[in-house]
Design a protein around this ligand. Structure first.
Ligand SMILES: Cc1cc2nc3c(=O)[nH]c(=O)nc-3n(C[C@H](O)[C@H](O)[C@H](O)COP(=O)(O)OP(=O)(O)OC[C@H]3O[C@@H](n4cnc5c(N)ncnc54)[C@H](O)[C@@H]3O)c2cc1C
Length: 615
């Protein structure tokens, strides 16, 4: 089988994928030598599952042309890039090239239980923050920021949860002058992408390319957590309700064959063989935008290919930046679009003095660890692999504790305000599957009691940070300063969340039936405070801070009258022609939820604006 994107025989296609996949799975448990042989065998088994590998729909690298010109260049193949490239290439008269820094996605990451297994591997940029004064203190003030460097982007590392946040977030954008971005305006673009299997209401779409559903196998721990929530007076809700408040069995981006769905799966791969106008180039790192001599427009990009060769690609119509909160801001600044006071000292000629990199927003979390008096029956065993391969059931088919989430209002929020706390539950995944390298865990033995974390997340933080250029060299990382917990109120919200988590574990019959006990051993730095007091919780929050991986705002959308805005209401960079930004960096304020669905909504809107412009 051949196509313009997959030139060559089926054999070479499979070979390419095999090469890409080798040693990914077996590396997962490298912290536990006992499991190495098992992981090698697991690796071979998983790679023999043709439906999972889906080799001939995956991107294969091809020779690069030296003087290439296309209509649209999409930079970044994360969540938003595939949506924009997929939608624009629906017009057969337009040529579209997507450039992604990282490689194709390893198929094993499509397996639900292995959802975060690519964290801290070569598929992760592995960013970290500048030292924080008020947070991350147990780690010298430095918190890690996993970000996907792979087709599918950060969603490949994600929990696959689907949520949209409160309607007032979008109505707030509208109140701030973003005409056309209120909840009623954006709802059709949410629905356009969604194929919800569980809800058929006016708020959900049922015909879009992203399959959304609750897990078909609900774990006993999920039911227990929902029962515990009910005891505390919380109702079960639809996570994507316009005004979510309560506990939920999470809706996931998941196919009917129990594989995780990312935007390349939904918007790109189905068309790679049939659309000769669509090209996807992996291992292609964009280093700057090509700016016209009069400094008024962008006409292409410079990038470095997989052989380390610098190349140029020209856009007849537009360049669309979808490189994420860090990548898009970094590229604009490297190209002279950013704060003049930062660019000039680094020798970058200023094209437009815009507040790129400002307004960085990031959900922030802490955690409470508890133990259950049950042993983990969710083991990564040959049986489990066989069960998944044959029936798509068993331990590998679910996301463990992440099946449950909650949107709650802390005592810092007014009675009619949107939720400011989201809860996540880690644990109950097969041993070794859960991002051990990053979170420093040990592979649990089959006989060990189950350990879980409740993570309260502040989803409406007041603190704002920045991303600033550190060098004119595109391979030097920018400085990421989230300025966590600068506002004391942000700490108070997390303290409320930790108290609630403690009540859930220790004061509900449902969890007590499982012998749940909270780990009261104080972290070293907080041992001077008694467990459970306000000073203890505050200390815990500042020492054991965790970025919740939901970033936004570094290329803020706003009208021309807003001096802090980087892009206009159609996502075009202010005062520079030929370039738009369409990813999580344009959110003026971060939606109070997991952001993939809002990012897809922005990408759908961007494609709509572009189609209208060039119709
Ligand atoms: C551990 C974890 C769990 C998460 N769980 C969830 C969840 O359950 N649900 C949810 O909704 N959200 C979740 N998120 C957040 C979500 O994944 C991100 O918000 C989302 O991926 C952002 O989309 P994006 O398109 O803006 O950026 P990204 O997905 O980060 O995509 C940017 C892409 O651009 C590429 N790129 C960057 N620079 C360049 C360059 N110079 N040249 C070429 N390519 C470049 C990158 O390699 C990347 O592929 C999670 C995140 C993490 C880390």
């Amino acid at each position: 089988s051949t196509s313009s994107n997959n030139k060559g025989s089926l054999g070479s296609c499979v070979q390419n994928v095999e090469h890409m996949e080798t040693s990914f799975i077996k590396d997962l448990c490298k912290s536990n030598p006992d499991l190495e042989e098992f992981m090698i065998a697991a690796d071979i088994l998983i790679r023999s599952d043709c439906a999972l590998i889906d080799s001939c729909r995956r991107v294969v690298e091809q020779p690069h042309d030296d003087h290439d010109e296309v209509d649209f260049i999409v930079v970044g193949g994360g969540v938003s890039g595939p949506v924009v490239a997929g939608r624009l290439s629906e017009n057969p008269n337009w040529t579209v090239t997507l450039l992604e820094s990282g490689p194709e996605q390893p198929a094993a990451t499509d397996i639900p239980a292995l959802l975060s297994s690519a964290i801290a591997t070569k598929y992760d940029w592995q960013y970290s923050t500048t030292p924080q004064k008020n947070a991350c203190l147990a780690y010298g003030g430095v918190c890690g920021w996993p970000r996907g460097k792979v087709l599918g982007g950060t969603a490949v590392l994600s929990g696959s949860m689907y949520s949209r946040g409160h309607r007032d977030v979008y109505d707030g954008w509208l109140r701030d002058g973003n005409v056309g971005w209120g909840y009623d305006d954006v709802l059709p673009f949410f629905k356009m992408s969604e194929n919800n299997k569980d809800y058929h209401t006016e708020h959900h779409g049922n015909r879009g390319p992203i399959s959304v559903q609750k897990p078909t196998e609900i774990l006993p721990i999920t039911r227990t957590l929902m029962e515990a929530a009910q005891e505390l007076g919380y109702e079960e809700i639809d996570m994507s309700d316009p005004e979510p408040m309560g506990f939920s069995i999470a809706q996931l981006m998941m196919s009917s064959s129990k594989t995780r769905v990312t935007t390349p799966t939904a918007y790109l791969r189905p068309h790679l063989r049939t659309r000769s106008n669509l090209r996807v180039r992996t291992n292609s790192h964009v280093t700057r935008l090509l700016v016209a001599a009069d400094r008024r427009s962008v006409y292409g990009v410079e990038y470095v290919d997989g052989s380390n060769r610098t190349r140029r690609l020209t856009a007849r119509k537009e360049v669309i930046l979808c490189a994420g909160v860090i990548g898009s801001a970094h590229l604009l600044m490297l190209s002279g679009i950013g704060p003049a006071e930062d660019l000039r000292p680094l020798g970058v000629p200023v094209v437009q003095d815009l507040r790129v990199g400002h307004n960085l927003q990031h959900h922030v979390a802490s955690k409470l660890t508890f133990q259950l008096n049950v042993t983990n029956d969710r083991l990564l065993s040959f049986d489990a692999i066989g069960q998944y391969m044959k029936h798509r059931s068993g331990p590998l088919s679910t996301t463990g504790g992440l099946q449950t989430s909650a949107f709650l209002r802390s005592d810092r929020a007014g009675p009619a305000e949107p939720a400011d706390v989201q809860l996540f539950f880690d644990g109950y995944s097969p041993n070794c599957a859960y991002a051990l390298p990053v979170y420093g865990g040990q592979c649990a033995a089959a006989t060990a009691p189950v350990v879980m974390n409740v993570r309260p997340v502040n989803i409406r933080p007041l603190s704002r940070g920045s991303i600033r250029l550190a060098s004119a060299d595109p391979f030097v990382r920018p400085r990421i300063d989230p300025n966590y917990l600068a506002a004391e109120a942000d700490v108070d919200v997390l303290v409320w969340g930790l108290r609630l988590a403690n009540d859930l574990v220790t004061r509900t019959k449902a969890l007590q039936r499982l012998g749940a006990t909270v780990d009261r051993k104080p972290v070293d730095q907080c041992s001077r405070h008694a467990f459970g007091t306000d000073p203890y919780w505050k200390c815990l929050v500042r020492y054991h801070t965790r970025g919740e991986n939901h970033h936004a705002g570094t290329c803020k959308m706003g009208p021309a009258s807003d001096p802090t805005a980087v892009v206009d209401l159609e996502l075009r960079v202010h005062r520079v022609r030929g370039v738009r930004v369409a990813d999580s960096s344009v959110f003026p304020t971060q939606p109070n939820c997991n952001p993939i669905a809002p990012v897809i909504m922005v990408a759908e809107r961007a494609a709509h604006f572009i189609k209208n412009t060039w119709h």
